[in-house]
Design a protein around this ligand. Structure first.
Ligand SMILES: O=C(CO)COP(=O)(O)O
Length: 249
């Protein structure tokens, strides 16, 4: 069976005291589901979060990394730096990084390679914009994002890859894809994987949905057969809401 995963992407929220407070609140919550739980605080708080959660079943993950191992890249962080503080998983390709920090399929392919070379697990994000959805181009856009960044990989690499479909028009807008829209896209993504790598690989990869997942819609979205979890933004900043989503499985 595929893993269920619920990951909280904190984005650029929470300074150190706020991070510690939210972690304290998270540790008070009751987990009743089989989902793996992850949180992605900002870089400055990763170490503290990792230390606080070392003995707990919440994995601390990174929101981004650079593709180079080290060097003259002011302001950047490498995979080996993340690994050296115990971080094993990184989110790559979030639409905010594509939109505001010029990340492209090409630079993402390099980041994917660097993460895998460092034995990291990747949550690889992609998704169409509203105009693509309106023009009926959404599947073509998603297919090219996946192919351009991932299809140079061998099948084996997908053991360390989780996919996250995040339609840009649903992020932070309060507008979610309907459960049916999410299911249709996730089934399309799985078919795209199957066509290239075969059914075994396609059936083994967890595909998360992200975009305005809240306690009141998570159950319906997670109830769809090809939705294996969620990448949660706003609702991950409140412990009760986040665990209501975790427990929607
Ligand atoms: O971008 C997201 C997670 O990476 C989704 O954000 P929201 O849940 O705030 O829409």
């Amino acid at each position: 069976m595929r893993k269920h995963i619920v990951a909280g992407n904190w984005k650029m929220n929470n300074d150190l005291p706020q991070t510690e407070l939210l972690i304290t609140e998270l540790l008070k919550q009751n987990k009743t589901s089989d989902a793996e739980v992850m949180i992605a605080p900002t870089f400055t708080n990763l170490w503290q979060a990792f230390e606080s959660l070392r003995q707990e079943s919440i994995e601390v993950i990174a929101q981004n990394m650079h593709f180079a191992e080290n060097g003259a890249y002011t302001g950047e962080i490498s995979a080996s730096m993340l690994k050296s503080i115990g971080i094993e998983t990184v989110i790559l390709g979030h639409s905010e990084r594509r939109a505001y920090f010029n990340e492209t399929d090409e630079s993402l392919a390099k980041k994917v390679d660097a993460a895998l070379a460092n034995d990291m697990r990747i949550i690889f994000c992609f998704g169409e914009e509203l105009a693509d959805r309106k023009s009926g181009n959404h599947e073509a856009v998603v297919e090219s994002q996946i192919k351009n960044a991932l299809f140079h990989l061998e099948a084996d690499a997908f053991k360390n890859i989780v996919l996250a479909y995040e339609p840009v028009w649903a992020i932070g807008t309060g507008e979610t894809a309907s459960p049916e829209q999410a299911q249709d896209m996730h089934a399309f993504i799985r078919k795209t994987l199957a066509d290239k790598y075969g059914n075994d690989v396609a059936e083994s990869v967890s595909i998360l949905y992200g975009g305005s997942v809240k306690p009141n819609n998570a159950k319906e979205i997670f109830g769809k057969p090809d939705v294996d979890g969620g990448l949660i933004g706003g609702a991950a900043l409140k412990a009760e809401d986040f665990y209501a989503i975790v427990n929607a499985f």
